[in-house]
Design a protein around this ligand. Sequence first.
Ligand SMILES: NC(=O)c1ccc[n+]([C@@H]2O[C@H](COP(=O)([O-])OP(=O)(O)OC[C@H]3O[C@@H](n4cnc5c(N)ncnc54)[C@H](OP(=O)(O)O)[C@@H]3O)[C@@H](O)[C@H]2O)c1
Length: 326
Amino acid sequence: MSEQTPRPLRVGLIGAGLIARQHLTAMSRVPELVAVGISSRTRAKAEALAGEFGLAHVCDSPEELVRDARPDALMVLVSPQAMAQMAAQCLDFGLPLFLEKPVGLSVAEAEEAARVAGQKGVPNMVGFNRRHYSIFRLGLAKVLERGRLLSVLVEGSERMAVARATGRFTDEVLRAWIFANATHPIDLLRHFGGEPEEVCAFATSLHEPLGDQFVAALRFPGGVLGSFTGNWHSPGGWGVVLKGEGVTAEFRPLETCRLTYADGSTETLEPDADDLAVKPGFTGQLRAFAALARTGVLAPPSLDLVGALATMRLAGRLIAPVKPLP
Ligand SMILES: NC(=O)c1ccc[n+]([C@@H]2O[C@H](COP(=O)([O-])OP(=O)(O)OC[C@H]3O[C@@H](n4cnc5c(N)ncnc54)[C@H](OP(=O)(O)O)[C@@H]3O)[C@@H](O)[C@H]2O)c1
């Protein structure tokens, strides 16, 4: 490494599950960061990941991790129901903090995390990795080459039966699924459209207490229009359509992009090499986190706790008021 290249930032991980593995895999492509230690609830899982990825320290608590591994930054990757409490605990260390989404299972929990981070002045970032998809950057650029972005259409259909059947999620997480998982596609409304100026939403409930059928119309700054639909008990999935002047970009599934032009011609885009090699968006968000940890500044399109709170609040607007189906 040349003299000008700063040393990699030392990262400590809290949580040793599926997503910790994805972050460690992606980190091997991000020389700005090096994982030096891990702590988790079940030590054996932390030991297994540490062995596989060459982490020097396996610790029994975040306190021990900070003391023994001396990280420059921390990543909180615990289960959704543990995130808010673990965020509060880790904000006390004052180290730059990456937090997986959702930071809380309610707007109130997200508000508290954002408030404490602001009060303590801790640089932070929340893992809305879809914002870092190379395919979105490329597709949006193609739309903007032709003129303005006119409309953003998001489908956020969840597979509730599958989520339930995995047995991986507690009842409180399943109940709060709109915050725990559906915030990924909901956040894409804000990612492409900005802060909505008006939202007109309807929700009904077939099975889920906070709703499982959603439709909303939105108006964004500059007159961009948006729509959100979600049908959580019907086959579907996540999709985004961007409408521009003489061009439509369709991301369905999200990791693909097909452009259709006014003359009927079509074009297919490919994600970049990083997004093809590891979980899409993960290298981009790790690079953004490294820059945050080094400079204290979080650049767009990343979200900090305040930005994540805005997405949680938008999710809250989509569920109120829910009507049970007759
Ligand atoms: N960005 C994305 O696309 C994406 C995708 C999937 C998940 N996620 C998010 O990533 C987070 C982790 O998900 P996952 O799929 O990795 O879950 P997971 O496989 O269940 O792993 C969670 C890990 O956190 C540990 N943990 C739970 N509570 C803890 C506590 N109080 N203190 C210390 N460790 C604790 C668990 O310990 P045990 O081993 O003892 O259970 C486990 O190692 C969730 O918040 C989820 O929403 C994001």
